[in-house]
Design a protein around this ligand. Structure first.
Ligand code: A2P
Length: 269
């Protein structure tokens, strides 16, 4: 009998489901990031999200939407997640180690893409918590710097440790061979805490209303003629930012109809 036709060998030859976990980093007791191999032929636009999950025996794995935190040209995919102790996915996902498998569905989607914005001078990327993930992708995207003269990433979190991933993104950005030099001139990170003392405190919405953020960055107040805004945070922040922008004459954009701002809810909370 031909040994290759034995059932055991056929099973062994079948590819394991999912992508290989390449590295995992825990930022604090609530947050971690990880990198996985990129599915063959997978294409996406910087800022989009995909469904990811863990293989299981039921055949119906639990999948959740995750923004891809790496740019379209990266050979690996990065994700940034919270750990929910009894969360259906994150209670297990937080335990992954290099070599494990993660399912990545290859149907990317999302509104936080450069195509959904009209041309402008300054790009504001406004986030809370894990909402920084799509901006981790866009801040390493060369087109971001071709299209905008200033790129500002704001991140508001309760505690200092929740800002560590964003600080590390900034460090890595400046070392990036593709966009590092341009980013050093155009990119600025504006991080604030609300429940722990830090260099900068307060909700970004309040800092916009008071004008403090513009004074700190030496930029003019938000103007729909010059500024473009991407928002990714909690539902409360998204709604407040939307109101704030619309009161200033900004209109919402979409893939099919670019506008002056776009908004998406930060996933997995
Ligand atoms: P605050 O501590 O004042 O509630 P959460 O962990 O609840 O998702 O919040 C993340 C961060 O977003 C916190 O710093 C929180 O500030 C801030 N935040 C919550 N709601 C809003 C809002 N409506 N506008 C601006 N920032 C908000």
């Amino acid at each position: 009998m031909n040994v290759l036709q034995q059932p055991g060998n056929v099973a062994a030859a079948a590819p394991a489901e999912g992508q290989t976990v390449l590295s995992v980093r825990h930022w604090d007791d609530r947050l971690f990031s990880f990198r996985v191999s990129r599915p063959a032929g997978f294409r996406f636009r910087s800022g989009e999200f995909v469904m990811i999950g863990l293989p299981d025996d039921s055949g119906k794995p639990i999948l959740r939407a995750y923004s891809i935190a790496s740019p379209f040209w990266d050979e690996e995919l990065e994700f940034y997640s919270i750990k929910v102790p009894d969360g259906p996915l994150t209670s297990r996902l937080q335990k992954i180690v290099p070599g494990d498998r993660v399912i990545v569905r290859t149907k990317p989607t999302g509104t936080l893409v450069l195509d959904a914005l009209l041309p402008g001078r300054t790009l504001w990327m406004v986030s809370t918590g894990t909402g920084v993930a799509p901006f981790a992708s866009l801040m390493r995207e060369p087109e971001t710097y071709e299209k905008f003269q200033n790129v500002i990433l704001t991140q508001t979190c309760r505690r200092n440790s929740e800002l560590d991933y964003g600080a590390d993104l900034h460090r890595r950005l400046l070392e990036d061979p593709l966009v590092g030099e341009e980013a050093a001139v155009k990119f600025r990170r504006y991080a604030t805490t609300t429940r722990e003392p830090s260099e900068r405190m307060g909700r970004i919405t309040d800092l916009i209303e008071s004008g403090q953020v513009f004074a700190d960055l030496g930029l003019p107040p938000l103007d729909p003629a010059e500024d473009r805004v991407m928002i990714c945070g909690s539902m409360a922040l998204n709604l407040d930012m939307k109101r704030l922008l619309e009161a200033r004459g900004f209109t919402e954009g979409a893939n099919s109809r670019p506008g002056e701002y776009v908004v998406e809810r930060a996933f997995v909370d």
